[in-house]
Design a protein around this ligand. Structure first.
Ligand code: NDP
Length: 313
């Protein structure tokens, strides 16, 4: 019987952390294979200009940057497979994983870099007007609507940050908070409350986003009075948190209450030997392309040390 191939280094996810792990692992002769997951390129593929990634003085389009990352990983021999892992078994020294198609894969080391996804409101109008005024990233897309009134949904630090950012390019920002208080840190709350052109709408949610080809207005619902009002705006920024893409690893890998993978401080080590985590799936604070890439490099170095200690490479 033919023996099943065991990959030295299997990388899950193809965002900045996964591709960077691929570059490092390939250059260390670990023959890495990336399973991209459902969104090759990750969250950067749904953004436009990236201006804060060092090395691109003129800025770069998110999808183009991810193409560059992929090419660089492939140049050193990283294999990229456009498949999704839906199940794992980390009980033995050889890690087992299954694709959505049911194919079983074996690996000595696994780097989880599956990222996080923005949480959405779940309205059909939100989906229809996505990238036509509906966005989850003010820093990415706010510029396109500068000079117009905008809405930010959420009461956490992200929403507060988005509102502050937009208040510099918009005449008026409407911050919709679904309760009568914000979850954001006090300092961020103070900032939005003191900003002259940010209006906080308490106990308010979006009932519907209006417009056919682009956002024209939002219909607001006051949850206390049940009153509905229409507010003309050009853009809606949803900032109600992120969900880490860690579902397949539940029960195997230690996670916090929100589902973010817990790594040993200062490393990418998880509770399972030979399984490492990098990027947004283990980082709910920084969530930047550059920090994700940095931890991807760390994961490859940690995996390399593990494989050589085990005498595998
Ligand atoms: P949070 O989970 O902290 O906040 C989410 C906000 O969205 C809450 O106000 C929540 O309301 C609201 N919300 C959730 N679902 C809905 C919905 N369906 N409709 C309307 N509102 C909704 O997420 P953040 O992304 O803001 O922050 C995540 C973590 O990252 C936090 O720990 C935060 O402190 C940190 N962070 C830190 C920053 C910094 O330090 N500069 C910047 C950005 C984030 P409710 O309160 O009612 O649940």
């Amino acid at each position: 019987m033919e023996e099943k191939q065991i990959y030295n280094c299997l990388i899950l996810g193809a965002g900045p952390s996964g591709y960077t792990a691929g570059i490092y692992a390939a250059r260390a002769s670990m023959s890495p294979v990336i399973y991209t997951g459902p969104q090759p390129g990750g969250q950067l593929t749904i953004t436009t200009d990236v201006e804060n990634y060092p090395g691109y003085p003129e800025g770069v389009q998110g999808p183009e940057m991810m193409e560059d990352f992929r090419k660089q990983a492939e140049r050193f021999g990283t294999e990229v497979k456009y498949e999704v892992i839906e199940k794992v078994d980390f009980s033995g020294p050889v890690h087992k994983l299954w694709t959505t198609g049911g194919q079983e894969i074996h690996a000595h080391s696994v780097i989880i870099s599956t990222g996080a996804s923005a949480r959405w409101l779940g309205l059909p109008s939100e989906e229809r007007l996505m990238n036509k005024g509906v966005s989850a990233c003010a820093v990415c897309d706010g510029f396109f609507f500068r000079g117009h009134e905008m809405v930010v949904v959420g009461g956490g630090d992200s929403a507060a940050e988005e509102a502050m950012y937009l208040s510099k390019i918009s005449p008026k920002v409407h911050l919709l908070v679904r309760r009568d208080e914000m979850r954001a840190s006090q300092i961020m709350q103070d900032r939005v409350k003191n900003a002259e052109n940010i209006e906080i709408h308490w106990n308010t949610v979006i009932d519907e986003i209006l417009g056919e080809e682009e956002v024209e207005a939002v219909r607001l619902l006051n949850r206390q009075t049940n009153e509905k009002t229409v507010l003309p705006v050009k853009a809606v920024f949803v900032a109600i948190g992120h969900v880490p893409n860690t579902q397949p690893f539940k029960g195997w890998i230690d996670m916090d209450a929100l589902g973010y993978i817990v790594t040993k401080p200062g490393t990418t080590l998880t509770n399972v030997e030979g399984v490492f985590a990098a990027g947004d799936c283990q980082d709910r604070i920084y969530r930047q392309a550059i920090t994700a890439a940095g931890s991807g490099a760390m994961a490859a170095l940690d995996a390399e040390r593990y494989l050589s200690e085990k005498g595998i490479i």
